[in-house]
Design a protein around this ligand. Structure first.
Ligand code: SF4
Ligand code: SF4
Length: 361
């Protein structure tokens, strides 16, 4: 039996609105200034953060929507620094040139993960849904270089922009000094990406091994880490041994999320499934929730033994924990359902028998 984990990580979704309209947005984020959306207020979260710190909290990731649209970003960041909690920020990079935002990032040593989906304005802007996005993001990446803080680039890859992936890695190597990781995410059928799927623009499971084969031989060419978020079954054993950072879970056994509307869940997609919403940040007893909630207790137990479908038979299950559980939750309403991509691979007969616990099944 695995030991119950500590609550050591929080995802804080500062807003569910965005200033971009990405064709692949997993959150289907509405445009800021239009329609209905939420902004999280710092004061609502202060006590929750205090309690979580006492329980072992060491790190926070700010996400969205576009988290820098929230005017309370600096209050969260300054308070978390006071508490000795390190911070990551997932941003599309458009607002990094605002002096107050850049100061907050510098002052609090926030590690930024900035989205860039291509090396040409046409490709990036089409993926990101706004005509001036490329120019602003690239200018702001150069600004990040000037302040001497390391950062990550996240690139979302579909069939639409795959041809620019290696040119993008080359461009980063040539143009940027302080990017220390490029994280490659394969666009999956969540949120607005469903439309891309209908147009045949998303990779199918049987195409994923080729991507790992394309990238593996070149990782040593670059001075930054390349993290390829594809579940481990799609890698050859040889490539897994190369020290490749690959897909898998987000640390969900030891984390909670504060959603933009103040609700507490496991992950942002909890908002789609009411059973995975545990209460409001301003009045929830987080210690009691962590220790007594039956669903969390199941997740905190031998999680790999509760996974269903192909994940229950996969040799990677105790390391990978079924990959992104949001995908399972979104497609089935069941947190423990098989990873939909791996299940499709298995159902098509392509899942290698050598990756199954009972190879003769
Ligand atoms: S993917 Fe990110 S940057 Fe793009 S619309 Fe969604 S929240 Fe905004
Ligand atoms: S089948 Fe499940 S456990 Fe195995 S690699 Fe895929 S997501 Fe991970």
């Amino acid at each position: 039996m695995l030991q119950k984990p500590k609550l050591n990580f929080l995802y804080i979704y500062l807003t569910d609105a965005c200033n971009l309209k990405c064709t692949h947005c997993w959150q289907s984020a509405p445009l800021a200034g239009r329609g209905k959306y939420s902004m999280l207020e710092f004061e609502q979260c202060r006590c929750f953060i205090d309690d979580a710190k006492e329980m072992g909290l060491t790190g926070v990731t700010f996400s969205g929507g576009e988290p820098l649209l929230d005017n309370d970003f600096h209050k969260f960041a300054d308070y978390l620094t006071q508490k000795g909690i390190h911070m990551n920020l997932e941003t599309n990079g458009l607002l990094l040139s605002k002096p107050a935002i850049l100061d907050t990032i510098k002052r609090n040593m926030v590690y930024c993960a900035i989205s860039l989906d291509g090396v040409t304005p046409e490709t990036h802007n089409k993926h990101r849904g706004v005509k001036t996005a490329y120019e602003r993001t690239v200018n702001n990446l150069k600004l990040m270089d000037e302040i001497n803080l390391y950062y990550q680039i996240i690139t979302a890859v579909s069939k639409f922009n795959y041809h620019e992936l290696i040119p993008l890695l080359d461009w980063v190597k040539k143009e940027l000094k302080h990017c220390n990781t490029v994280k490659i995410n394969i666009v999956s059928t969540l949120g607005r990406a469903e439309k891309m799927n209908q147009k045949g623009l998303l990779f199918k499971p049987h195409e994923l091994p080729q991507i790992t084969e394309d990238i593996a031989p070149i990782i040593d060419k670059y001075p930054f880490e390349i993290s390829l978020h594809i579940d481990p079954v799609f890698f050859s054993f040889k490539n897994l041994m190369r020290g490749f950072s690959c897909g898998g879970h987000c640390g969900y056994r030891s984390s909670l999320s504060i959603l933009a509307n103040g609700k507490i869940s496991i992950c942002s997609l909890g908002k789609e499934v009411p059973a995975y919403v545990f209460g409001h940040v301003s009045d929830i007893d987080v210690k009691n929730l962590w220790e007594t909630n039956p669903l969390l207790n199941t997740i905190h137990g031998d999680t790999h033994l509760t996974l269903k479908g192909v994940c229950s038979q996969c040799i990677f299950r105790s390391r990978c924990l079924g990959g992104c559980r949001a995908e399972a939750l979104f497609h089935t309403g069941d947190f423990f359902a098989a990873n939909p991509v791996c299940q499709e691979y298995y159902d098509s007969g392509l899942f290698p028998k050598s990756r199954l616990i009972h190879a003769d099944n």
